[in-house]
Design a protein around this ligand. Structure first.
Ligand code: ZN
Length: 358
């Protein structure tokens, strides 16, 4: 990772969303700025909620099955110390990975939805609610992502909840029925991920103030790795000829990444919650792919790619592979962590767009 970049700022100071002509998000400020904005409200909110310190119950007994991503920190621990470790639940696996990076061994972290799950229109189970009642903190994405959150939260009145997208500048959905609503996939921008990490740090610090130095050190280390990857991905994308920089996916989940890296985007449907493939949507996408002579188009791991393969066949493009957005892959897959997910997506995109149209 380079020690300095543009305008005489160090990497630690540089807002990563402001390179290559993309818009600067005011909220992507230095960690110090973010802390002054976010820590106090979260700390106050969490301190006021009575269950912030309540003892968690074990996930196995709460849910009757394994959590979506097994908390590796449990390995080698006694049952007693595990029971004394507060449980943090996230709404999906990507957030669980981020939270685990900040928590280290001091908190148990698990995801409510499982690997590969469709997370927008997820159906909450009684087991999820029971598990939620044993949690000391719930971390969600917000921006309308978790359409099931109202029912879930209504059953957990005493469990503190923190929305990790707080402080980001939302981008609107620009097509079809969702037009004007915020696009929920803010974590797909590394710049926004820094805000998520800071929100996680503040929430965990409010929950367990005695671990503040550890959470701060973990968050700092993780944020530096995100910044380093951001630079790497920018370089990779800058190698794509400008006229080919069109990211074609099934869901319109890449608006934040596209905005950061100067990509155009096109998709079959705006959000998975209404993933209807209509003849009009297919015809529109086929036209765009033909017009831009895009060599490869893609789809995401949590939905069927059949329609997109048909678009490829009819547009003279090629199906270039699977992106990970709403879920990590399994531990042996290409997106076992959030950082792996970003790297895999950009690698897949760059490889696909380097090819020639059929
Ligand atoms: Zn999605």
């Amino acid at each position: 990772m380079a020690s300095t970049s543009g305008a005489g700022k160090t990497d630690a100071e540089r807002p990563v969303g402001c390179v290559h002509g993309s818009r600067c998000r005011g909220a992507v400020a230095t960690p110090i700025d973010l802390r002054s904005l976010l820590v106090l409200p979260l700390a106050v909110a969490l301190a006021l909620l009575p269950s912030a310190c309540k003892a968690p119950q074990s996930e196995a007994s709460a849910n009757g099955s394994q959590p979506a991503t097994a908390p590796s920190l449990q390995v080698g621990r006694s049952a007693a110390s595990e029971a004394a470790t507060p449980l943090v639940l996230t709404t999906f696996t990507v957030l669980a990975d981020m939270a685990r990076e900040v928590a280290g061994p001091h908190l148990r972290v698990a995801s409510i939805t499982r690997l590969g799950a469709e997370i927008h229109g997820y159906q909450v189970t009684p087991g999820d609610i029971e598990r939620g009642q044993g949690a000391s903190l719930i971390l969600d994405n917000g921006l309308g992502l978790e359409r099931w959150a109202r029912r879930f939260n209504a059953n957990l009145p005493g469990v503190p909840r923190v929305t990790l997208s707080a402080g980001i500048e939302p981008l609107p959905i620009t097509a079809d029925s969702g037009r004007g609503k915020p696009n929920p996939h803010a974590w797909m921008s590394p710049a926004n991920a820094l805000i998520y990490v800071e929100n996680i740090r503040a929430a965990m610090t409010a929950l367990m103030p005695q671990r503040a130095p550890q959470f701060a050190a973990n968050a700092r280390n993780y944020s530096n790795r995100i910044r380093a990857l951001d630079l790497e991905l920018r370089q990779a994308i800058s190698a794509i000829p400008p006229e080919r920089r069109l990211l074609v996916s099934c869901e319109g989940a890449f608006s934040y990444l596209a905005s950061d890296y100067g990509l155009d985007e096109a998709y079959l449907w705006p959000v998975n919650a209404e993933r209807q493939v209509t003849p009009q949507r297919m015809a529109r996408l086929i036209r765009t792919v033909k017009d831009r002579a895009v060599p490869a188009i893609f789809c995401e791991s949590t939905v069927s790619s059949e329609a997109q393969k048909q678009v490829a066949a009819e547009s003279g493009s090629r199906f270039g592979g699977v992106f990970y957005v709403d879920s990590l892959s399994g531990p042996r897959g290409p997106a076992a962590s959030y950082l792996d997910l970003l790297r895999h997506n950009v690698d897949t995109l760059v490889r696909g767009l380097e090819g020639q149209p059929r």
